[in-house]
Design a protein around this ligand. Sequence first.
Ligand code: URA
Length: 277
Amino acid sequence: MSPVSDPRETALKSLTAWWADMGVEPELPVSVPKPRPAAPSATSKRTPPPDQSRPATAAAARAAGYGEQGADEAEARKVASAAKSIAELKAAIEAFDGSPLKRTARNTVFSRGNPECGLMVVGEAPGKDEDEQGEPFVGKSGQLLDRMFASIGLDRETDIYVSNILNWRPPGNRNPTTEEIALALPFIERHIALVKPKILVLVGGVSAPSLLRATTGIMRLRGRWAEYSLKDEKFEPGDHIPALPILHPAYLLRRPQDKKLAWRDLLMLQKRLEETK
Ligand code: URA
């Protein structure tokens, strides 16, 4: 019988593989460090029961007065801005039947990690694994995302807070439409306003242009700091959060040769985090 492998050894191996891919030769630690206790988080849960977040049925949406197209952006903004805390926002999204995407999703996917850590990471939309488990970035690309942050010393539970533009999986993992993104933006913008992170990392070609209202693609946006600004009661006029667009791990899984670009961006993030300590 083969010995049962320590999951931390496995994580360490994949982390060093990520470094090696980028031409970095780390000095291997002699032993795996002891796991840190997870930070208390009102919003992250490991394996929620599949029906916990009450995905909407078409009948529920009709009962709430929504047609095929669902709610409009103004209505979403009204619901989002009524939420005065992260927990209230989560509850409001779970109760919102105005997105047609919710009718085909198994779970509402809100966030994971530590909302107090100062670093908020925003991806695109839940995939199959995230839809099943009700947590963002838990599938293959999420594992790579965790390794990317681990490579600059950031722990998935304590050092990052992760969410997505969309809270529901587009059927068949298709790209979200412009209308779906527009309907989701009031919620993620309120989410950012309530978390008020010191730094934002915008993951991939949907998150970065949508939140920065940019017309350029991720290849032009990545590798330089942007300013995320927002009109919200939580912000003074002109307030902004430094935001770093990075390549999506799903893209890096398809094009590992571009990991070196991601590595440069991660080093920029590490430097900025050091400066903001
Ligand atoms: N890709 C994303 O952008 N977000 C997830 O949660 C999973 C995959």
